[in-house]
Design a binder for this molecule. Structure first.
Ligand code: CDP
Length: 229
């Protein structure tokens, strides 16, 4: 059967990964969480001391990019395709608010994007892939057959993320999560290289008040129509 590429973009915590995983499962496609890759590079920079009180030492990070090796591997305990950084499973630390607070300036670096976009394009070269991020429909796979642009109010998104972090046992306040969501929205959509924007031809879905089942059915019917065409 014909395989397609599904590109999902949108602001932080719009539920991109939830729908992406559901679609991949229904269609038997692979799911790639491109945000995990930017988070892993950020975690690397933090561990190396390239991010501190002075901000981000971009030159040092760019100089060390060839020392970063990334791959996804199934983690039977977490039941996800976990992000591995230089052989270490970093799935838990990359999801913390601490990493979320540093990731956007790292993701704004053209050199970082160049490296990760090349890897993402390779992962999706055979099609049959669902990838979510900020520039998937605009830069990574501009020819994707199905492009989605998810939105929801900042308040809805911050509540979702706050609940996720609290459920994982992180000590965070709703106010700091909301601030982080808003700051990332701003940086991600105003950066010079590949800013977040709705791709041409993307279907926009505001899921503030939409149930997961309704959203999946709607998108799945688009995908199936494209596969059959
Ligand atoms: O899960 P959440 O929506 O909070 O974010 P994510 O998808 O894990 O992405 C984390 C950060 O990585 C974003 O805020 C962007 O700065 C960056 N990112 C990007 O620039 N391009 C992508 N394709 C994916 C993520």
């Amino acid at each position: 059967m014909k395989k397609i590429t599904i590109a999902i973009d949108g602001f932080s915590s719009t539920g991109k990964s939830t729908i992406a995983k559901q679609l991949a499962k229904e269609l038997g496609y692979i799911y790639v969480d491109s945000g995990a890759m930017y988070r892993a590079v950020t975690y690397f920079a933090m561990q190396r001391g390239y991010i501190g009180a002075h901000g981000l030492d971009a030159a040092s990070l760019i100089g060390a990019l060839d020392q970063i090796s990334l791959h996804f591997e199934f983690d039977p305990e977490l039941r996800v395709a976990a992000m591995f950084l230089n052989g270490e499973n970093v799935e838990v630390p990359i999801r913390t608010l601490g990493v979320s607070q540093q990731v956007s300036p790292v993701a704004a670096l053209a050199e970082v994007r160049e490296k990760l976009v090349a890897m993402q394009q390779q992962m999706g070269a055979q099609k049959g892939v669902v990838m979510d991020g900020r520039d998937i429909g605009t830069v990574v796979f501009p020819d994707a057959e199905l492009k989605l642009y998810l939105t929801a109010s900042a308040d809805t998104r911050a509540h979702r993320r706050y609940k996720e972090l609290i459920d994982k046992g992180e000590q965070v306040t709703y106010e700091e999560v909301l601030k982080n969501v808003q700051e990332r929205d701003y940086i991600d959509s105003h950066r010079e290289t590949s800013p977040l924007t709705k791709a041409a031809g993307a279907i926009e879905i505001d899921n503030s008040d939409m149930g997961l089942k309704e959203q999946l059915e709607r998108i799945l019917s688009h995908a199936k129509a494209l596969i059959a065409s």
